[in-house]
Design a binder for this molecule. Sequence first.
Ligand SMILES: Cc1ncc(COP(=O)(O)O)c(C=O)c1O
Length: 380
Amino acid sequence: MRYESIAIHGGKSDDSGKNAVNYPIYLSSTFTQPSLDQFEEFVYSRGNNPTRSNVEKLVAELEGAKYGLALASGMAATSLVFGLLKQGDKVLINNNVYGGTWRYVSNIFADHGIEYEVVDDFNFYDFNDAAANVKMVFIETPSNPLLEITDIRKVSEEAKKRNILTVVDNTFLTSYFQKPLVLGADIVVYSATKYYAGHSDILAGLVVLNDEELYTKLKFFQNTYGGILSPLDSFLLTRGIKTLSLRLEKHQKNALLIAQYFENHPAVKDVYYPGLKSHKNYELQRFQAIGDGGVLSFRLQDGWDSKKFIENLKFFGLAVSLGGVESLICHPASMTHESYSPEWQEKIGIDSKLLRLAVGIEHEEDLLEDLSNALDKAKI
Ligand SMILES: Cc1ncc(COP(=O)(O)O)c(C=O)c1O
């Protein structure tokens, strides 16, 4: 089966002969067992729930992987994977990641005796310089919010030689556009709140991988920490996935048109979108992904007022998040990435002029007209 067909027909488990086209929502916290010494697959919903197992199977199939785990949010997924680290271990992380991930790394690691090092550009990182206690590389590509691209194959290869795990946050592209495991990564994490679910109506997180030993550990953590995806949200995630490919194609089409429009507009200073030929990693992105996603960042020139621009937009709501059908705009420095201190923000390029668009699937002409109108009104 190909991707679009798996999204609709994949993951289906036995539904006791009812043959429903939609796998049911098992709103049951517990399951009876036939006798004292007989245990079935489903015992208690923190460990396993049929609706959750169904979506876990589905996301693994979409990735061409063996195992999937569904969690209550993207941060629950990332935290689960960080749970693999022990006191004395060190993590290498790229220099702009989702603010919540940075919040974890810059606050919680220290309490657990875990070190971290921020790498400016993994594409030029020499792994011979990595300390002996490095146990994990954590990368976001494209990165949030600067849309920088990391060579997953190169990093995974170098990391593997040194027994370092490579973890990729693939939220911005999903397995539809990019398959990090195929490129050599060990674990993929997602905020499925975004494109997978696709309608800004649930929070969800995913972990996808092939290694049985790692899976057994993470499955144990999932049951023990307890931050699981509920049956109802598992159903909504399954439903969202059915239209993932269609939505992503439209998100991407709209995002590219807007990026190109910005690139040629006198009001716009910088545009960051990996689908632009001017992007510094355009070629690398062609190699490792088959799409560029629906998020782009930009700065306005000095003669244009960002606040006025945002206030005059009609379709782009001022909100954090991305990947829903509706277009959103956000100011990373004060919203999604406020957990970076002003010093860190300056160091990695998240300044007060940076704006991020999560481009929705509205009609492209409406979005372009909206942006054009707001730019006119924002001229000082
Ligand atoms: C790239 C990325 N990873 C992880 C997360 C965290 O996901 P959640 O909000 O579902 O916890 C986000 C949220 O914005 C994100 O953008």
